[in-house]
Design a protein around this ligand. Structure first.
Ligand code: UGA
Length: 442
C-alpha cells in the first residue's frame, strides 16, 4: 500500500450508502470490491443494472471496474480499507438493530487481514469504540458516517458538504488518502456529475463522529416539525405560510433548505435515527424532551392531515392518491408518510387509486393498494386527489383536465406544492396543509 496511490477498498453492503461510496471511490482510482449477501442484487450489478433507481448509477457501474461478490475470500483478497455500510434498522423498542453490522464485523475480523475499518452505517454513540476494543482490536476502526440523501446519492458521495471521520490519529492518513479525490474534487466529470466545492474532512474522535450524524438528522427533523407547526398555526390564524417561510429563508442564519411543510417527514433514516437517538439518550439517563416532542409532532401531523381529508370528503369516497414514495426523486417507500396515510384511509373504508412516477404494483402492508401505471387511471372518476409526495409532475398538474376527470372537484394537498389560488381559479376546491389565507381565495 502506498498512501496517495490507489488503495484496495472492500465495501460491505450494496445499498444506497455502500454502492454510492464504492462507485465514487472506484471512479477516484481505488481498487474496489463490494461484498453483499444478496446474490440476486450482485448478479444485477454485474449485468450493469442499477438496483436503486438513482440517477447516474447505471452509467458508473459500467464505467468502473468493481468486483461484486458474495465471497469474503474474493472481497478481502487485496484490502487496505474496509467500509461497513450495512443497514441498521429499528427494533420494536426503537433502538438500532445492529445484527447486520455485527455479522459484517465478524466476517471482517475472521477473513480480512488487519487494516483500517470505516463504519459508515449509522450506529449509536460508542459502537465504534466497542468494536475497536472488541472484535476489531487488530484493526484501526474509524467512525465515518454518511450524509447522503436518496435520489441524490451519487451527487452527495462525489460532492459532499463535508466528510466526517473519527478515530485514532494513526488512522487519519489512510482516510485522507482514501478520500483524496473527493476532498480535492479532482475526479473527472461523469454521469452528469461535475466536481464542485472542496469539502473539508473533519477529523475527530469516534464518539463525536457518531453523534454528529445523529445530531444532523435530529436537527433536520426538528426544523421540519417546526416548519409544519408554523404551517398549522398559519392555517389557524389565517396567515399565508408561504410568505412566512419565505421571510425565514431570507435570513442567512436560517437558510433555505428543509423549509417545505407537509404531512410529515419519513424515509428509511429520519424516523429510525430519531428513535435511536431517543433510545440511547434515555439509556444514558438523559431526557431528550425536545426530540420526543418532535417525533410526537410528526405522528400528529399525519393524523391531522388524515382528519383534514376525512372532514372534506364523503365516507367511502374514491380518492386518487398521488405519491407513494417517502419523497420525490426516489422509489423508496420505507416509512413513507404517503403509505401510512393510505393505511388510515383504507381502514376508514376509502377506495384508493394510487399513482407514483417511480412506484408500481402492489404495495406490501396496505391491502389493495397498488401503484397504477398512469396518473389518469388514478384520477379518472375519483372524488378528490390527495397529494402525498412532492413530485414535480404533481405541481405541474393540468388543473382544467383535473377538473374534468374528478367527480368531486376537490384537490387535497399534503405537500404544499400547489397554489390554492390557482386551484380555485381553475374551478376546483382546495384543501391542504398550506391553505391560502381566507379572502385571497374568494
Ligand atoms: C436523510 C438526510 O437528509 C441525509 O443527510 C442523511 O444522510 C440520510 O437521511 C441518512 O441518514 O442516511 P433522506 O432520508 O434521503 O436523507 O431524505 P431527505 O431528503 O432528507 O427527506 C426526509 C424526509 O423529509 C422526506 O419524507 C421528505 O419529504 C421530508 N422533507 C424534506 C420535508 O417534508 N420538507 C423538506 O423541506 C425537506
Amino acid at each position: 500500500m502506498r498512501l496517495g496511490g490507489p488503495l484496495g477498498v472492500t465495501v460491505v453492503g450494496a445499498g444506497y450508502v455502500g454502492l454510492a461510496s464504492a462507485l465514487s471511490l472506484a471512479h477516484g482510482g481505488h481498487r474496489v470490491a463490494v461484498l453483499d449477501r444478496d446474490a440476486t442484487r450482485l448478479a444485477a450489478l454485474r449485468r450493469g443494472e442499477d438496483p436503486l433507481g438513482e440517477s447516474g448509477v447505471a452509467e458508473l457501474i459500467s464505467s468502473t471496474d468493481i468486483a461484486y461478490t458474495t465471497e469474503p475470500s474474493e472481497a478481502f483478497a487485496d484490502v487496505d480499507v474496509v467500509i461497513i455500510a450495512v443497514g441498521t434498522p429499528t427494533t420494536e423498542r426503537g433502538t438500532a438493530d445492529l445484527s447486520a453490522l455485527r455479522a459484517a464485523v465478524q466476517t471482517v475480523a475472521e477473513r480480512a487481514r488487519p487494516c483500517t475499518v470505516l463504519v459508515r452505517s449509522t450506529v449509536p454513540v460508542g459502537t465504534s469504540d466497542e468494536l475497536q476494543s472488541g472484535p476489531l482490536h487488530a484493526f484501526k476502526v474509524v467512525a465515518n458516517p454518511e450524509f447522503l440523501r436518496e435520489g441524490r446519492a451519487l451527487a452527495d458521495a462525489f460532492t459532499p458538504d463535508r466528510i466526517v471521520a473519527g478515530g485514532a490519529t494513526d488512522a487519519a492518513d489512510i482516510v485522507r488518502s482514501l478520500y483524496a479525490s473527493i476532498t480535492s474534487q479532482s475526479w473527472t466529470a461523469v454521469a452528469g456529475l461535475v466536481p464542485g466545492d472542496r469539502p473539508l474532512l473533519l477529523w475527530m474522535d469516534r464518539r463525536s463522529a457518531e453523534l454528529a450524524k445523529y445530531a444532523a438528522n435530529a436537527y433536520l427533523v426538528t426544523r421540519l416539525s417546526f416548519v409544519n407547526e408554523i404551517a398549522n398555526v398559519a392555517a389557524a390564524a389565517g396567515a399565508d405560510v408561504r410568505a412566512v417561510l419565505e421571510t425565514l429563508s431570507k435570513d442567512p442564519r436560517i437558510g433555505t433548505g428543509y423549509l417545505q411543510p407537509g404531512l410529515g417527514w419519513g424515509g428509511s433514516c429520519f424516523p429510525k435515527d430519531a428513535r435511536a437517538l431517543l433510545s440511547f439518550t434515555t439509556d444514558l439517563g438523559y431526557d431528550f424532551s425536545l426530540l420526543r416532542a418532535v417525533v410526537d409532532q410528526n405522528n400528529a401531523q399525519l393524523v391531522r392531515f388524515f382528519r383534514l381529508i376525512t372532514e372534506s370528503v364523503p365516507a367511502g369516497a374514491r380518492l386518487a392518491l398521488l405519491g407513494l414514495a417517502f419523497k420525490s426523486g426516489t422509489r423508496d417507500t420505507r416509512q413513507s408518510p404517503a403509505i401510512a396515510l393510505a393505511d388510515l384511509l383504507v381502514k376508514r373504508g376509502h377506495e384508493l387509486r394510487a399513482y407514483d412516477p417511480m412506484v408500481r404494483g402492489p404495495i406490501p402492508g396496505v391491502p389493495g393498494l397498488v401503484g397504477l401505471p398512469t396518473l389518469a387511471e388514478a384520477v379518472d372518476g375519483a372524488h378528490a386527489v390527495v397529494i402525498a409526495t412532492e413530485w414535480p409532475e404533481f405541481a405541474a398538474l393540468d388543473l382544467d383536465e383535473l377538473r374534468r376527470a374528478l367527480s368531486g372537484g376537490l384537490v387535497i394537498d399534503g405537500r404544499c406544492i400547489l397554489d390554492g389560488r390557482r386551484v380555485a381559479a381553475a374551478g376546483l376546491r382546495y384543501v391542504g396543509i398550506c391553505p391560502p389565507p381566507p379572502g385571497i381565495i374568494d
